[in-house]
Each structure stands twice: as C-alpha cells, then as structure tokens.
Design a protein around this ligand. Structure first.
Ligand SMILES: [Zn+2]
Length: 440
C-alpha cells in the first residue's frame, strides 16, 4: 500500500498544535515529524490545519418516520461538509428507539452510510423500555453485543419536546440506577414541565419571542438540579444536553467540584444567537431550550473557557421551511439544523473573527483551534466511548483538512441537509473544510 505525505499543515489535537508533516499508509498515521523524507506521494496542504474528524454527540437525523425532513443519507452529507465524521443520534424518530427492533432497524439503515459513523441513543419513557434496555445490556447473545456497540447511551426527556417522549416521573430514578448499573451515560433534556406550564399560562403574547418567556431559564436550572440529585444518589454519569443558562453552568460547575460524574454540552445556536435574533429569524429561531439573553450566552462562553462545558454539539434538528413558517408562530416546530455550520462558526472565533453580522464590534472570547478538538472530538469521544483517535502515530484518525483563512458566506442554497436552510444564512465566516481523509 502506498504512503501519502501531508505536507505543510499544522496538526491540531486537543492538547497540542504542531507544524508537522503527516505520513499516512492505508489509514494509519505512520509518522508525524517536521521532515519526513520517505514517501510514495505527497499532498501539498500549505497553511492548512489538520483536525481529527469532529464528533457531534447530539443530532436528529429523522429516519425512520420523518424522511420528509431529513434522512441519514442527506444529513450524513451535511455532516461531512461540516467536518463531522461521527454522530450520536437521538431516539425521537418514528418508531422511537425504545425497542431492540427499532435500534436494530436504525443500525441496519446506518450501515448503508459509509462515510459517517452513526451511533444511537436508546430512549426510555415507559417501564417496558427500561426492562428492554436492561435485557439488551445484560444479554450475551451475539446480536445484543453487536447492537450494544452501536448504542452510545440512554436519552431521557424531562419535558415534552419534539416527539412527545417525556419520561414517566416515577421511572426517572430507576433509569438513573439502570444507567449506573450498566456504566452507560444518561443524557437528559432538562426543562421542568411545571415551570414551563406556569409560564405558558401567564403568557398573552403570540409572537415567536414569547417562546423564550414560556420556557424560562429557571425551568432549566430547576431540572438540572433535580437530575444532578439523581446522579449523586445512584452514581450515574449524567450528561446535560444543550445546556443554555447561566444557572445551569453554575450547577454543573458545582457538581464537578463535588466530584460527581456530571458533564454537559452547549450548542452553536446558544453560543452565537440571542433573543435579539428573533427579529430577523422569526420561527427559524424557535428551539428547545429557547434562545436566551446575552447574559446567558456570555455564561456559556465563560463555561467553555473554564472547562465546565465538555462538548459543543449541534442538536441538529431539521424541519422543512414550510413547517417552520407556521402562520401561528408559537405552533411552529422547535429545532434548527446546525451540523454543517458548527465548525466554520467555531473556526471563525478561533481565528479572531466574531461572525454575528450585527455584532461586528464584539470581541472574540479566548478560544483556540485546540479547544475545537477538545470540545468537538476528544471529550465527546471519551464520554460516549466511541473509540475515535486524534492525529497521533500508529492511530487511525479521520482527518479533516481546513483552510483557516478562507472567508466565505454561509448560504441556505449551499447547504447539503435536506431542509436546505440554516439560521446562519448570510453570516460571513472564516475557515472552511477543504478535504476529508477517512480512516475506514
Ligand atoms: Zn435534541
């Protein structure tokens, strides 16, 4: 097998950035050095960055059941365009991933997708799903072992979100216990349905901005606090999905200081947008948890700087434009696509360019290319036990080649995902994926 030398780039891993050449043979990195003399062919990539393939630990690919919004194939194309080579997919499809048959069906479908590695969360909303999950984890049958390898964790919704998958209250403790017993991470969507219901009852407005008032910040922190309580009681690894508030960051910081196994992720839309963006986005900015104020967005970036935040994940949740443009804004579905735009947005910040079009005087938080690898590769890879590699000798990493100086404008028309729109349409970003080298 021929060896290929990548020449002229900077290798970016989670802990180190070096100006080195990389020699690859049949997917394996043989040598990383300033001068490699022996090789069969050379690819000149001057001025580029080599990143390990990104991991997006929170996506909704909609298949099966909602193929009019997205399919594994269309969203895998979007992932690749955004430098994402591994994804963890959520259970709120139709049928939902709450049975072994549904998991097996998704695994079978994902085997058709050769260039993106798709792993699946198992959902639990009823007692029967919990017993199924325990059986799947305990079985020694070949099929169960095979499916377990593709299952990255358990997902529970502590409020109704898309798909009406809220867990029965009395079951919550049992699910935390089961995940602790089987040493599998429990991902929780944390919003308190009672707080939301109260806020919704008090709301008299009909415009989309009311969505943020109807799902207030304390709804998230109340539920995160409760979930951390369960994690503490049972010794569960709790991963807080799409954390969006200052209060949430404080609770996770405290839990980590207390030595609990609590991790969290934040999304690009909460890192780059605020409630001020409703004016331009309308229902395209409707998501759960909702857009927050500048204060909360600042706290999320502070959480990234302090390493309270473990992962940046997209919560990629495509809906068609027709669905989003509901004449009654508060009835439009919640969720935005994001898998294709995460990396260019983050590269922009690392490159010193704050990409928000109406915040051109804003300065960038201190954020580096290494941070991107830490938050979008190393940490999710470790938390969800995905077995991926950084760019190191004798490893088989997927490699994303990025031109950090390429300035371009994100356009709906250029998106690869099936719904073909993005909340970041018209944003000028700095940094672009130019090539992908697959390990497999
Ligand atoms: Zn989600």
């Amino acid at each position: 097998m021929k060896s290929t030398l990548l020449h002229g780039a900077t290798v970016v891993n989670s802990d180190i950035e070096t100006r080195d050449d990389v020699l690859i043979r049949d997917g394996t990195v043989e040598e990383i050095d300033r001068f490699v003399e022996e090789y069969d062919e050379m690819i000149e990539v001057p001025g580029t960055l080599l990143l390990p393939g990104l991991v997006d630990c929170h996506v909704h690919f909609r298949e099966p059941g909602f193929e009019h919004k997205a399919t594994m194939k269309t969203e895998a194309a979007a992932a690749l365009a955004g430098g994402v080579l591994t994804v963890c997919e959520m259970p709120n499809t139709n049928p939902p991933t709450v049975t072994v048959a549904a998991l097996a069906d998704k695994v079978r479908r994902s085997e058709e997708i050769k260039d993106v590695d798709i792993r699946f969360f198992f959902g639990i909303t009823e007692t029967i799903h919990l017993s199924t999950f325990r059986e799947l984890m305990e079985s020694t049958a070949e099929e169960a072992v095979r499916l377990r390898r593709r299952c990255c964790g358990v997902k529970i919704y502590l409020d109704h979100s898309t798909g009406n998958q809220k867990i029965q209250d009395e079951l919550v403790g049992d699910v935390f216990k089961a995940c602790a017993d089987h040493k599998i991470v429990l991902v929780a969507h944390c919003e308190d349905p009672e707080t939301n219901a109260l806020a919704a009852a008090q709301n008299t407005r009909t415009n989309v901005a009311a969505h943020s008032l109807m799902r207030p910040a304390n709804s998230e922190s109340i539920m995160i606090e409760r979930a951390i309580g369960h994690a503490k009681k049972y010794g569960t690894h709790l991963h807080v999905a799409h954390l969006s508030t200052e209060g949430g960051i404080d609770l996770v910081r405290r839990a980590k200081n207390d030595g609990l196994k609590v991790t969290c992720e934040v999304t690009p839309h909460h890192l780059f947008l605020t409630t001020e963006d409703y004016e331009k986005l309308g229902t395209l900015g409707k998501i759960n948890p909702p857009l927050r104020s500048h204060k909360h967005r600042f706290a999320l970036w502070q959480g990234i700087i302090d390493k309270v935040v473990d992962c940046i994940s997209t919560d990629h949740a495509p809906h068609t434009l027709e669905e989003k443009n509901n004449p009654e804004p508060l009835k439009a579905p919640s969720g935005v696509p994001g898998i294709e735009t995460m990396l260019p947005l983050l590269l922009s910040v690392a490159g010193g360019h704050w990409p928000h079009p109406t915040e051109q005087n804003a300065s960038c938080p201190p954020f580096t290319y290494k941070d991107i690898v830490r938050l979008c590769h190393a940490n999710p890879n470790r938390i969800f036990n995905l077995g991926k590699s950084e760019i190191e000798e004798n490893k088989r990493p997927d490699i994303v080649i990025v031109d950090p100086a390429a300035t371009w404008t994100i356009r709906n028309a250029d998106m690869h995902g099936k719904c073909a729109w993005t909340p970041f349409d018209g944003w000028t970003v700095k940094g672009r994926v130019t090539r992908i080298l697959h390990a497999r």
